[in-house]
Ligand binder design. Structure first.
Ligand code: SF4
Length: 388
């Protein structure tokens, strides 16, 4: 198993975990496992634990459901009995779960410091400024809900890896949320309703998906929220079919086409599969790309003897390697292993703390989306769930 090497930046951020009471520090693995299992058993059907694929093994083994953001979002409404939904993932995932859950349910994130660097790259005031700028640049503007206004000039689409305020904006302006599983179907949905798409916050997912659908690179522009008018001229925006927000995932941006060349040199016949959050040239150099669910399915169903290099978060890669061996061999495309350092903040200690709190009648770390954002966030998420 490849143990990821942390950069100084990542070490510093892991150290920023939410502080726990002293009695939850220094426990042995055996004691933590025993006490987490006991708390789960006590809570029974009142509790559902959701775990994202990128979560570490010591935590994911307690999840009732493991999946990507799309799959886990779908589990929320399937468990109306559960009073407590403990989301072992990052902040935006817990927000979406809160919006999709019933009023009687409470969503809990074991470590409040588990955020997402990509989601942090789009703030609602920046999006409002961008929208106002686009309105000026594109002239007569139809930005309301399509059923009310007819065909729109521009449809906002946000990746699920974004704050609830961004999702609410998209819902209110005739747009939608997408995941890496349904990104192509979502872009098709949006282009059926408008001439252009504003895609945020991940420029790579937007570019890779649109390119795969046949949109040439010269019909895509990148909107830099830190520049006047996004750093773009009105006629460039006018010609674009998709406007990509200048955001990225700090984990997936580490993969390079050179790594693929090296892998092919070391392992003739190896196949390379990557997540679409990686840069465009990496997708072009790979054999296949797709969501975490697509990666797992493709590798698991490949013929015996297949050798794979996988370009995504290291916990998923290590787990997949263990599941498909010895018939198939899986390597991480990055020899140092790309780790989502924010997801890694959710430790078994934090999980134990929130579960024992629930047993004692105390709810720690509840995630609540403000009422003002809830309605339109739900509209955008419901549109996402309706798109296959
Ligand atoms: S892998 Fe990237 S996009 Fe996913 S949660 Fe971590 S930082 Fe965010």
């Amino acid at each position: 198993m490849l143990i990821p090497v942390l950069t100084e930046y990542e070490k510093g951020h892991i150290a920023e975990r939410q502080a726990l009471p002293d009695r939850y520090l220094g426990l042995t693995d055996e004691e933590m496992d025993r006490r987490i299992a006991a708390a789960r058993a006590t809570l029974g059907r009142r509790l559902v634990i959701l775990g994202h694929h990128y979560q570490r093994d010591e935590v994911i083994k307690f999840a009732d459901y493991i999946g990507d953001s799309y799959k886990l979002a779908g589990q929320v409404s399937r468990h109306p009995d559960a009073e407590f939904i403990v989301f072992c993932g990052v902040h935006f995932m817990a927000e979406s779960a809160d919006v999709l859950s019933g009023d009687h349910q409470q969503v809990i994130l074991p470590d409040l410091a588990a955020g997402c660097s990509m989601a942090d790259m789009a703030a609602s005031d920046q999006l409002e400024q961008c929208w106002a700028d686009l309105e000026q640049m594109l002239g007569p503007w139809h930005a309301g809900a399509p059923e009310a206004r007819g065909r729109q000039s521009c449809v906002p689409v946000t990746y699920i890896n974004s704050a609830a305020s961004i999702k609410a904006f998209c819902g209110e302006h005739g747009g939608v949320v997408c995941t890496s599983s349904n990104a192509a179907a979502t872009l098709k949905w949006a282009w059926a309703r408008g001439e252009k798409i504003l895609f945020l916050p991940d420029q790579h997912l937007g570019r890779n998906t649109a390119y795969k659908m046949g949109v040439p690179l010269d019909q895509m522009v990148v909107w830099d929220p830190n520049e006047i008018w996004g750093g773009l001229e009105p006629d460039t925006v006018e010609r674009a079919r998709i406007i990509l927000w200048k955001g990225h995932c700090s984990v997936h941006a580490r993969f390079t086409a050179r790594q693929i060349d090296n892998m092919r040199g070391q392992h003739p016949g190896i196949r390379v599969i990557v997540h679409p959050e990686v840069p465009w040239d990496v997708v072009q150099a790979a054999d296949d790309s797709g969501s975490t669910e697509h990666i797992i399915k493709t590798v698991s169903e490949s013929p015996a003897g297949s050798i794979w290099a996988v370009g995504t978060e290291i916990h998923l890669v290590n787990r997949l390697a263990g599941q498909v061996q010895p018939e198939r061999t899986v390597f991480s495309l990055d020899q140092f292993g790309c780790l989502c350092s924010t997801m890694f903040r959710v430790s078994p200690n934090h999980l134990l703390w929130v579960l024992e709190g629930l047993v004692a009648g105390e709810v720690h770390n509840r995630i609540v989306v403000p009422d003002a954002q809830k309605h339109w966030t739900k509209v955008a998420l419901d549109r996402m769930l309706a798109i296959a």
